[in-house]
Design a protein around this ligand. Sequence first.
Ligand SMILES: [Zn+2]
Length: 573
Amino acid sequence: MNHILLSTILLFVSGSFFCQSNWTGNTSPTYPELVEHLQQLDKAHKELSMYNMGPSDYGLPIYLFVINGGKDSIRTFAKALAGTTILINNAIHPGEPDGINACLIWLDQWIAQGKPLESKNGDKLPVIAFIPAYNVGGMMNRSSTSRANQNGPEEYGFRGSTRNFDLNRDFIKMDSENAFTFAKIFHSLDPDVFIDNHVSNGADYQYTLTYIASMKERMSPEMKELTYEKCIPFLTKNVEQQGWDLFPYVELKGETPAQGIHAFNDLPRYAMGYASLFHSISFTVETHMLKPFPQRVQATLAFMEGIISFTTLNALEIEDKRSAAKLWARNLEHYAFNYQLTEKADSISFKGYEHSFPVHPITGLKELSYDRSKAYERMIPWFRTYVPTDSMKVPLYYVVGGQEQDVIDRLIANHVIFETLTKASIDTLHVFSVKSYKSPSQPYEGHFKLGQIEVGESKRAMDLKPGDILIPSQQDAALFLHASLQPRAEDSYLTWNFFDSYLQQKEYFSNYVFKDQIAEILAGNRTLKEEYELRKATDEKFRNSEWDQLYFIYSRSPYFEQTFMRLPIYQKF
Ligand SMILES: [Zn+2]
């Protein structure tokens, strides 16, 4: 293993390069500068192309830059779909532009090397595609101040999009135009590997380069093994050969690293969580905010080179395991969700700085401080086991009401396959009724996102109408389907408020009329009468409230609207 590794490090790009680069200093290009530079490269080199992939909320397009594509867009995307492909996303948070510079340096080096399409051993370069800058609106909103704790570059964009969304929470709900353009890019390439480049916040420690891998418990067995047993060890070794330590993202369990770090739960709302629904090997690269920008860029570049080497050397295995993962998802019998971190801890050797809590001269309070003159390396707890607290049996089909165009648009954007009913029919289906939920008092990412959802299921003969859609679970987009349509899943469309209109009762009754009808209703329903009498006998408030008593009977009578709290999503088993 070792000699193979040594001989294949930096497969395509030698460690030293002689070209002059504009991208190694403490500056990062503006969006117009970036686009113009890449357009020039596109014109100058037949192996490089840039495509306008669609709009952003800002109005300017989102581009895709492709290295080693085909002769035109049709052949490029066909090649990406058929072969092994890496997709890199830059500047979803434009205040964290390290990936932009890293990609530009990689290009300069590759051109200076004579644009090699094969390694010395004859391994073929994958298709490498990158989104130069995804959050276009944030790119256009530049300053030197919005990243208060970050060490460069001199100027950078803003985290929020034009509509002030954090686009790295938008991959399921898709509020932004950007998200629709991203889905188009993603599914046009079907990337085997996906990288999202970021800069960290939080604790201080020695590492410049940290990574987040997709939560292993949510992955198919094949991709879990490939990612955790093969890819991460390879990357760790590879970037070490390039002079960098690679460490898992320092997500603190407590206030300091001493209490340990934990694995990140990459829900589908995040870029990498979304990519992992489609079985891409997904990483978020997080460079450390307090390290100088030029150094962070080099570390991001090292990770990029590592992942290109891994993908090149393992192309066939990656293709095979992704195919197996797709098959696994198509044939899932149960879908697990609502994952919780467990208290089970491994340990990991960590290079940190000693901390203390000196009294701050202005606030007068004891505040956390790291001492960079006191570096240490010691074992800390590493919590990296999640367990699902819920699971559901996967239906043969989902049915979604044709009136739910916003949902259907998102399914289409994600290449979900379905059939549209052309005539009315009746089918026996499992129906979801929301029993209870909580909504927060403050919005999150443009939504009052519902939580603590309880849902009942019942089997009924349902009237289906033309336009309703029938979606088989056995398809490549199966995980996207379950993540968005299972009402209690963490990022379901119910939680993101797509079905709020069904949670409001539309008809009521007038007490003075309805009270004359209750005798007849109770006479016709012995069970209801017994429940009612019991409640009256045992509940004083109920006994003294005309409204409560009438509503109790009304809500259990045929007069009550059948569709209240019933979701326009049905399941067939
Ligand atoms: Zn970020």
